[in-house]
Write a protein that binds this ligand. Structure first.
Ligand SMILES: NC(=O)c1ccc[n+]([C@@H]2O[C@H](COP(=O)([O-])OP(=O)(O)OC[C@H]3O[C@@H](n4cnc5c(N)ncnc54)[C@H](O)[C@@H]3O)[C@@H](O)[C@H]2O)c1
Length: 387
């Protein structure tokens, strides 16, 4: 051995994003974004850095901001050093976040990469001419933007509506990382714990499966009876909601909707219950409502572990992880979804933005799923790299 060298987590992640690496090499030749500005509002963490560097390799000028709470300073610094214009910083303040969104739109990007609908929704309130279209990453963003489809009237490809995103990232990726995050935040075992998963979509399925593999007794509650039947046939217990809340040691919300656990549920919750959210917005667990309830007499906070303990007048204690923000992107050393899961999802982002930049799609392609030929191409490329 000649010499020991160091590498960063950003280097480690970049070397694991093998699909993005091969796309970046191709884009350096084909330059699909030459002359275009791409504006992005997505969690700024090392996997995103690999995506943004891929877009830059394709000739784009990239202007990037994060989502609420999840911006990692080391990633933002790396991207700045590498010629990506970063707007804003880590914040939990929704007002500050909206300011960053406005500053990004001031740049009038030709393409938007959105995550939760913030960029496109705000664009409609302060439009400009040169927006070709873009991509939306999430279920929550699609739900939010669907009523605005007529006004948007541009190609917007919804990454979440690809089967690959559903099973690779939402099911396997989110499941593993929420499970890992429970261990990372709490250092508590999962064996024998009664874990309640609220929402049995793709993310909920993976979460329920991972806790089951962690020797927990997992129950599932979903408002859709068909989905609940699926959970039942998958072998999970499916009690009525209030019974499930009463029994749970750990409650995980992954629905994409607000108010899934509220102050009205306080009488049901067990002493010592741990609440965590994996859905995109922190509003699934109504933290403010919980804190405002007269039954809550004090709040203790561990800043190091980002755990809040609410003490109730009857002596019960309720623990909330990451103030209800997505647990896998918050707290100490947040790793997010696995590199492989995000390499697949972000390869779709790169290919979809390439498709929109090619101007072959019209307004009828507003909020449509990833074109099937892109899914097939990415699946084949990933399999080839892993044979
Ligand atoms: N943490 C992450 O890294 C990450 C990654 C991807 C997606 N997400 C987010 O996770 C959330 C869920 O995503 P998904 O792809 O699983 O969505 P999905 O639409 O596939 O599933 C959501 C499920 O929640 C159920 N549901 C809705 N309201 C409910 C309620 N009141 N009580 C119980 N169940 C209810 C629905 O019936 C559905 O089955 C979204 O907010 C998404 O943006 C997070």
């Amino acid at each position: 051995m000649q010499q020991e060298q160091q590498f960063s987590r950003i280097d480690w992640v970049a070397s694991g994003c093998r699909l993005l690496k091969s796309i970046a090499a191709e884009f350096a030749e084909t330059r699909p974004f030459a002359g275009l500005t791409i504006g992005t509002a997505i969690h700024l963490e090392p996997k995103t850095a690999a995506l943004l560097m891929t877009l830059k390799a394709g000739g784009a000028r990239v202007v990037a901001t994060g989502n609420l709470n999840s911006t990692q300073p080391a990633t933002a610094a790396f991207l700045t050093e590498n010629g990506i214009a970063i707007i804003g910083e880590q914040t939990r303040d929704a007002g500050a976040h909206h300011g960053f969104i406005d500053a990004l739109l001031d740049d009038k990007p030709d393409l938007l990469l959105d995550n939760g609908g913030d960029l496109f929704a705000r664009f409609l309130e302060r439009p400009y001419d040169n927006l070709i279209g873009g991509t939306e990453e999430t279920t929550s963003g699609r739900t939010r933007l669907t009523p605005l489809r007529g006004e948007l009237a541009r190609p917007v490809l919804v990454i979440n509506d690809s089967p690959i995103k559903q099973f690779a990232e939402n099911r396997h990726g989110v499941g593993q990382s929420l499970f890992e995050s429970f261990l990372r935040f709490t250092n508590r075992s999962t064996n024998g714990k009664r874990v309640l998963v609220l929402g049995y979509g793709a993310c909920g399925k993976g979460t329920a499966a991972c806790f089951r593999h962690g020797y927990s007794a997992v129950s599932v509650v979903d408002i859709d009876p068909v989905t609940t039947l699926e959970a039942h046939l998958d072998g999970f217990s499916t009690p009525h909601r209030n019974d499930a809340l009463r029994a749970a040691d750990v409650i995980v919300t992954v629905t994409g909707y607000p108010g899934i656990v509220t102050a009205a549920d306080l009488p049901l919750l067990k002493d010592g219950v741990i609440l965590m959210n994996g859905g995109h917005f922190p509003h699934e667990i109504d933290r403010d409502g919980l804190l405002a309830d007269p039954a809550v007499v004090s709040l203790a906070v561990s800043p190091e572990d980002v755990i809040e303990t609410l003490s109730l007048s009857d002596g019960r204690r309720i623990h909330l992880l990451a103030a209800g923000h997505m647990a896998n992107l918050a707290g100490p050393r947040p790793l997010g979804n696995s590199i492989e899961a995000m390499d697949l999802g972000f390869a779709m982002q790169a290919r979809c933005l390439e498709r929109v930049a090619g101007r072959t799609l019209g307004r009828e392609s507003c909020l449509i799923p990833v074109p099937a030929d892109i899914d097939r191409r990415i699946a084949s490329a990933f399999l080839d790299l892993n044979r």
